[in-house]
Write a protein that binds this ligand. Structure first.
Ligand code: K7E
Ligand code: CUA
Length: 652
């Protein structure tokens, strides 16, 4: 999200910027027992995992709550030199796309897998916003194990929200685009030639593997966010849209013309019926599907060439539009599934829709018109009610376990707590500053845990020691267990967090992978013991098969490599214990290091361009003799007759 856009939004509703965005009394907001509530004593664990999007760093960070301690930066869409993600030969295919290797993305949203609308925390899903992709992370190994590209999409923002049994992960396109053969069209022909696509990605209930099940063709709106129905509204999905004006220039003005945009309600069970009746049409579309294999310790990338498409203008009863004021950002469903909250960022109220009323309105054909052949329901017929005077610039809503909703107000920099049934505002607290998403443990599920809420703020200003022009982004933790929200803690974050989800640590902390059994290592380059360590030449390729175990590499001295050779270091970490990775780095390699987990094999490619002796060493302080964990590689001139030679470590 661009700050500038919001500042304009601020201006549009006639607010004096700087002063309104900065609440008063920043220093007095903390009460006495806050420190005790976030104190996790040395050696103790946090109660919740918070899986936090990294925004423009393309990664996920794993944070403990309530302490706010960062436990891990988990590479997803962006290369990570810290552990070789996207640099090792094995992991490169994970970042392949139909446009080739794309080593970065903009990661906005997290979805934690659920069963019966409760977190099972088997997997986390995350969206790549820029080059449309969805990733699946295994929460037993905290590793990205799958990335699926989304065709016919541009700006995969309305993603990766999930259905209550993780049947589907969805992806709605932020930018509509022309697709298919004739995409070389005038941008002025937007209304005629551009389309919005909504993707439903099936998730295998056992393996978690994703598969692009079908796409819905939609009008060329901008799809912003989404939430699945749950419990009573299971079977439906709700997508917020803006730019229903279908403007294609200066959207900040032209897409803010209408009083109401839409929440698009999708009956995905109906879509399944049409598919089962053979009503879908296979259309050409090129996208790639990348999978990580935990036994070969490597990834494969395959290209898919078609996608099943449904046209809801023709196939009735899949799509209905709910009018929603005004340029809604988030749309969120409450734990019962009855209420659908729209957050019109330019609206002065928060509309809350009723699922029961929506079904009745559909039944009674209570329509006010059509868009591209799909019915628009009457606002009043679907409305449960409006939260009045909530604040300015509502963005996102989370829920607790006591019937309350919490909405972030970007422009007025506050969080508003309101009663989901009565719509009465019961509390408000300032945020520092300009809050985006909120995260309550279990907040998007049918069974929120409540207790804490984290606000992910967009503007930091004076909250931390300054660090030049770029300041740390800021999260704030609130206690929401009482009637009044209480600010407990500020903590800086990694990248620019958008959404995050939190769940009890007890769900996964005892099922973590500790190491990979070496006997199951199916890598073609794996070594099962130090005796197998060797160097082989195949034409101009030199394959160095190394073992790493405290505290040596074998082989350690290598000669007979020539300038221009392609050298592959295949490093197998022979350790079979928890918490003993080894690193591998060689001087001058213009890639990164490898960080090899116990029982894993990983490969670094290096093409030496000059003559010399090049030391390599372990980068992870693994034992008292870590500094001894090293070797030399000698590079001779191209065409030299220096024979291949290596030492596996004789004692001198
Ligand atoms: Cu930042 Cu969910 Cu991309 Cu709102 S989005 S803040
Ligand atoms: Cu191995 Cu340090």
């Amino acid at each position: 999200m661009k700050k500038q856009v919001w500042l304009v939004a601020c201006g549009l509703i006639s607010v004096a910027l700087a002063s309104s965005c900065k609440p008063k009394g920043a220093q007095s907001a903390i009460v006495g027992d806050a420190a005790a509530k976030v104190y996790v004593a040395p050696g103790n664990h946090d109660e919740f995992y918070n899986i936090v999007s990294g925004g423009f760093n393309g990664q996920i960070s794993v944070v403990g709550l309530p302490s706010g301690r960062v436990l891990k930066v988990l590479p997803v869409f962006s290369v990570n030199p810290e552990n070789g993600w996207g640099y090792s030969e094995e992991s490169k295919p994970m970042l392949n796309t139909s446009q080739g290797f794309v080593p970065w993305d903009d990661l906005h949203h997290i979805a934690i897998s659920t069963t019966n609308a409760e977190h099972d925390a088997r997997w986390a899903f995350a969206n790549g916003n820029n080059t449309p992709r969805i990733a699946r992370i295994d929460l037993n190994s905290f590793k990205t194990v799958e990335i699926l590209e989304i065709p016919n999409s541009a700006g995969n923002h309305s993603s990766p929200f999930i259905t209550q049994n993780t049947e589907y992960v969805v992806a709605g396109t932020r930018f509509s685009i022309p697709v298919g053969e004739n995409s070389d069209v005038s941008i002025d022909s937007y209304k005629d030639n551009f389309k919005g696509y909504i993707s439903f990605i099936g998730v295998n209930p056992e393996s978690g593997e994703m598969n692009l099940s079908f796409q819905l063709e939609a009008p060329p709106f901008n799809f912003d966010l989404a939430r699945a129905g749950k419990n009573k509204s299971h079977g439906w999905f709700f997508f917020s849209t803006y730019n229903t004006e279908m403007a294609h220039t200066l959207l900040e003005v032209n897409a803010s013309q209408k009083d109401k945009d839409f929440i698009m309600a999708v009956n995905w069970k109906k879509a399944e019926e049409y598919i089962n009746a053979g009503k879908g049409v296979m259309k050409p579309a090129k996208y790639v599907h990348n999978k990580w294999n935990e036994e070969t310790h490597s990834a494969t990338s395959t290209t898919v060439n078609e996608v099943l498409t449904l046209d809801p203008a023709v196939l009735k009863d899949i799509v209905y539009f709910i009018p929603c004021p005004k340029s809604p950002h988030g749309t969120d469903t409450d734990p019962t599934g009855e209420y659908i909250v729209g957050s019109g960022k330019l609206a002065a109220i928060i509309p809350v829709f009723s699922f029961t009323k929506m079904l009745a309105a559909i039944e009674n054909k209570d329509f006010e018109g059509e868009v591209n052949g799909m019915p628009v329901l009457k606002y009043e017929s679907v409305l449960h009610g409006e939260v009045v005077k909530p604040g300015l610039g509502p963005l996102h809503t989370e829920f607790d376990n006591r019937g309350f909703a919490y909405t972030s107000m970007f422009v007025s920099s506050e969080i508003v707590k309101w009663n989901v049934e009565t719509l009465e505002v019961v509390d408000r607290v300032p945020t520092y500053y300009s809050v985006g998403h909120l995260s309550v443990p279990g907040g998007p599920t049918g069974k929120p845990h409540g207790k804490y809420m984290v606000a992910y703020n967009k503007i930091t200003k004076d909250r931390y020691l300054p660090t030049g022009p770029e300041l740390a982004h800021s999260a704030q933790l609130y206690d929401i267990s009482g009637d009044k929200m209480q600010l407990l803690l500020d903590f800086p974050t990694i990248g620019e967090p958008h959404y995050a989800e939190a769940f009890p640590a007890s769900l996964i902390k005892d099922r973590q992978v500790k190491f990979y059994p070496i006997e199951k290592n199916q890598s073609p380059y794996a070594l099962k013991g130090v005796k197998d360590a060797r160097v082989e030449r195949k034409g101009n390729e030199v394959h160095v098969y190394l073992t790493s175990i405290r505290s040596n590499f074998r082989p350690d001295n290598i000669e007979g490599v020539h300038v221009g050779d392609e050298v592959y270091f295949h490093v197998t970490n022979l350790e079979q214990d928890w918490d003993v990775p080894h690193g591998f780095a060689i001087k001058g390699a213009n890639t990164a290091e490898l960080l090899i987990m116990p029982g894993e094999t990983s490969t670094l490619k290096w093409v030496p361009d000059r003559v010399g002796i090049f030391p390599f060493y372990c980068t992870d302080f693994c034992s008292a003799l870590h500094q001894e964990m090293q070797g030399y590689l000698r590079v001779s001139p191209k065409g030299s007759n220096q024979p291949l030679k290596f030492s596996t470590g004789e004692v001198e």
